[in-house]
Design a protein around this ligand. Structure first.
Ligand code: NAD
Length: 481
């Protein structure tokens, strides 16, 4: 049989593309070599957020006395992991049921593109028994995602140096080994979310970040405030510092692993500084997952970037006609994407637009992309920050709202947080928003829609916001300009 579309990888891109293509009437084969749901469901967004939820409950319960709630609080790592597994498994079961109900053919195995001519593509699928079967398809969508990248320093292979894949692994044993002290290399999104998890469970966390600030891709004030809040909770954040090597610490009362690093300001002749912990998490970025994806005959046919990502054009197609790529693995300005953005929701959005393109429909532009960090408080941004506006020469005015007088925030004892709305200086249309407070990751959907629709400060100010809600501070931010 020849399928209309063969999709490789069942993460947010592959899953969404398969369902949408099937609904559009195409015959679809979805190939997955590991667990259905990809990184997002099995080793990314969902398990991390499940752990973040348990951890924040622990901290809230431990800090509940001022709210009149008393009692000793403890946590059980095994039960935390059981809960994480239950969440992941229930969503996975749902997805598999939906894939099957939709009439998508789900093939278990490792797909390899053998050839890709104008008359169709040939893909072989190796099952667990090592046997290969051949499938033909009119088009192929590669949605194989990324995997954690290690850093090129000595000792990275030592036991106790982990990646997020290890800590989100199935039995949770490695997650537990990071207590009581964990060193995190990288103050990006993964680093900060894990810093939140371990510190909320009472762990002693050190973050080592190469750049001058954590969450360096986000608004400056976001970095400053999350640094301040985490430091107050006992997290040691060291910036402008590069890790030199890992060593097993000798007779160290605190833990088993030493992470040696050097601050930019350290004189070259001084020995590196060191932090001891039970384990280290390397959260210093991710790398493309293309292992075994191309047969020796086909290898080199698809254009890759220097770092091995698959180049795509504005419609998500590679240089080989009929072969597309979406999600983390794809690199290009498909549908207005910013190359290098690795988010589950952009993967889904890209993949769905590729199906529109295949079906000869005009895909909608992506618009403003929400970027969310699930720390406590949550951080969510969309559109331009003031720095980005300046870089692009967009004249802006900024309205800021703080939560000091917000009833809901006072009730919940919200830590220092803010809403920043960035408006075009002339039209007063919203072009960006940075929100830091409880529920920010939900509120940002509103901001992204306003940006896409060109809503102005006056229109926002004239909207009625429910009371008491965090969203009321949005009106305050619009009023401020
Ligand atoms: P990242 O690129 O966001 O952050 C990595 C950080 O590590 C950077 O700040 C970098 O300067 C630092 N770094 C690199 N090498 C270093 C070294 N040798 N020593 C010290 N610091 C070093 O990468 P990530 O946090 O691993 O996340 C990977 C991707 O996954 C990102 O694109 C992220 O957006 C995405 N992600 C998103 C979410 C979410 O949406 N909530 C959650 C997790 C991951």
């Amino acid at each position: 049989m020849k399928f209309d579309l063969l999709v490789i990888g069942s993460g947010p891109a592959g899953y969404a593309a398969s369902i949408k293509a099937r609904k559009a009437g195409l015959s679809v084969c979805l190939v997955e070599k590991a667990l259905a749901g990809g990184v997002c469901l099995n080793r990314g967004c969902i398990p991390t957020k499940a752990l973040l939820y348990s951890a924040s409950l622990h901290r809230k319960a431990a800090e509940a006395a001022p709210f009149g709630v008393h009692g000793a609080v403890s946590f059980d790592c095994t039960e935390v992991q059981r809960r994480r597994r239950e969440v992941v498994e229930s969503i996975r079961a749902n997805q598999i049921a939906f894939i099957e109900k939709s009439g998508v053919t789900l093939e278990r195995g490792s797909a390899r593109i053998e050839s890709a001519g104008d008359d169709g593509k040939t893909i072989s699928i190796a099952g667990d028994d090592g046997k290969r079967k051949t499938v033909r398809a009119e088009r192929v969508l590669i949605a194989t995602g990324t995997k954690p990248a290690l850093i090129p320093v000595a000792g990275c292979d030592l036991d106790g140096v982990f990646t997020s894949d290890d800590l989100l692994g199935d039995n949770g044993r490695l997650f537990e080994r990071c207590f009581p002290a964990l060193t995190i290399i990288g103050g990006g999104v993964i680093g900060m979310e894990f810093a939140s998890i371990y510190s909320d469970f009472g762990g002693k966390v050190t973050v080592i970040e190469a750049l001058p600030r954590v969450l360096a891709n986000m608004d400056r004030e976001v970095s400053q405030i999350i640094t301040m809040i985490l430091k107050k909770r006992g997290v040691n954040i060291i910036t402008n510092a590069l890790v030199e090597r890992f060593e097993k610490a000798e007779a160290n009362w605190e833990g088993e692993l030493s992470c040696l690093f050097r601050k930019n300001s350290d004189a070259p002749e001084t020995p590196p500084q060191s932090v001891a912990s039970n384990a280290a998490l390397v959260a210093a970025g991710r790398k493309p997952e293309t292992d075994g994806l191309f047969s020796p005959d086909f290898s080199g046919a698809i254009a890759l970037t220097e770092r091995g990502y698959i180049r795509v054009n504005e419609a998500g197609m590679t240089n080989v006609p009929g072969v597309y790529a979406a999600g983390d693995i794809a690199w290009g300005a498909a549908f207005g994407m910013i190359p290098g953005v690795q988010l589950a929701h952009t993967a889904t959005a890209q993949a769905e637009r590729i199906i529109d393109h295949i079906m000869d429909k005009t895909p909608a532009p992506l618009g403003a992309i929400p970027v969310c960090v699930y720390t406590t408080p949550e951080i969510a941004c969309a559109g331009l920050s003031t720095d980005e506006a300046k870089e692009r020469g967009v004249p802006v005015v900024v309205g800021k709202g703080v939560f000091g007088g917000n009833g809901r925030a006072v009730i919940e004892h919200q830590e220092r947080s803010f809403v920043k709305l960035v408006f075009h200086a002339e039209t007063k249309a919203l072009v960006g928003a940075q929100i830091m407070c409880n529920h920010a990751t939900d509120i940002i959907a509103w901001a992204a829609q306003c940006i896409n629709a060109g809503i102005t400060a006056e229109q926002i100010r004239n909207s009625v916001f429910a009371h008491p809600t965090y969203a009321e501070t949005i009106a305050q931010a619009a009023e401020a300009i």
